[in-house]
Design a protein around this ligand. Structure first.
Ligand SMILES: *[C@@H]1O[C@H](CO)[C@@H](O)[C@H](O)[C@H]1NC(C)=O
Ligand SMILES: *[C@@H]1O[C@H](CO)[C@@H](O)[C@H](O)[C@H]1NC(C)=O
Length: 245
């Protein structure tokens, strides 16, 4: 289309107007290039789902200290819609599947850290979210009392493995009287509950999500070796690809 404008312009426009129109075409091209740069700089779709943390000296267990960790049993794929992988986008997605930030911003327990083999070494969780029992403002207070599902998010974005994927440590907790430990089989139960809700489709804040799930073995060793609370897992990590529709 631009080629057509350039080639027909000299025939119909006097010299001064021709120069003007060529200037305008340059301006338009510059604007388009700039828009493309801005777009790719912020929300470009990623090229890979994730990198195996074990390949880069990391682990599919996070760290709670003392050589123990909790399984990173759900991964939100780097091939998801780019907005889902941002801090605000992942929070909105979490809300769409029944989780919210902790009760009145009160944090229970220390942050955990993870080494996702991306060259960043151990990095603290970006956020911790709890089942909100249908109330994004106060429901997590209920979770703190009666227990429920919860997860921590880590982002794989270091220089050696920049997939943008989010690694989630999901587990089902006891109630407060049990000191907020994980229920028996709580890692598998928490993962399955989150995934089962997610694949039904969800929406929050005017954004609607379609989620597909795929189980992956070989990232996480089955059993309880090195696992916090000595609770065994089946070794399955579920990869979620989340698309904004
Ligand atoms: C994680 O956060 C805690 C508390 O803010 C801090 O003491 C610790 O150094 C952090 N760890 C890492 C790996 O950044
Ligand atoms: C993944 O594995 C879990 C546990 O065995 C199972 O319940 C679930 O249906 C599987 N999901 C998929 C998508 O294969």
């Amino acid at each position: 289309m631009l080629a057509a404008i350039v080639s027909t312009s000299p025939l119909v426009l006097p010299h001064s107007q021709l120069r003007l129109s060529i200037t305008m075409i340059y301006a338009l091209l510059l604007a388009l290039t700039y828009a493309q740069l801005v777009y790719s700089g912020t929300l470009q779709r990623r090229a890979v789902a994730f990198f195996n943390p074990n390949d880069g000296g990391g682990s599919e267990l996070d760290s709670v200290g003392g050589g123990l960790g909790e399984p990173l049993n759900v991964i939100i794929s780097g091939l998801s819609s780019p907005a889902v992988l941002t801090d605000s986008g992942s929070l909105n997605y979490a809300r769409s599947i029944g989780f919210s930030t902790e009760c009145l911003g009160i944090h229970l327990g220390d942050p955990q850290s993870a080494n996702l083999g991306d060259g960043n070494g151990f990095v603290n969780q970006t956020i911790e979210l709890r089942q909100d029992y249908g109330d994004v403002d106060l429901g997590t207070c209920l979770e703190s009392l009666i227990g429920g599902n919860h997860f921590r998010i880590y982002r794989q974005n270091g220089p050696l493995a920049n997939s943008g994927a989010l690694f989630l440590a999901v587990s089902q907790e006891e109630d407060e009287s049990q000191g907020h430990d994980i229920v028996p089989d709580g890692y598998n139960i928490g993962r399955n509950a989150l995934v089962n809700t997610a694949v039904q489709g969800s929406s929050f804040g005017g954004v609607t999500y379609k989620t597909t799930a795929q189980n992956i073995s070989g990232l996480l060793q089955p059993g309880s070796t090195g696992v916090n609370h000595g609770i065994a897992t089946d070794g399955i990590v579920t990869l979620l690809t989340v698309t904004i529709v």
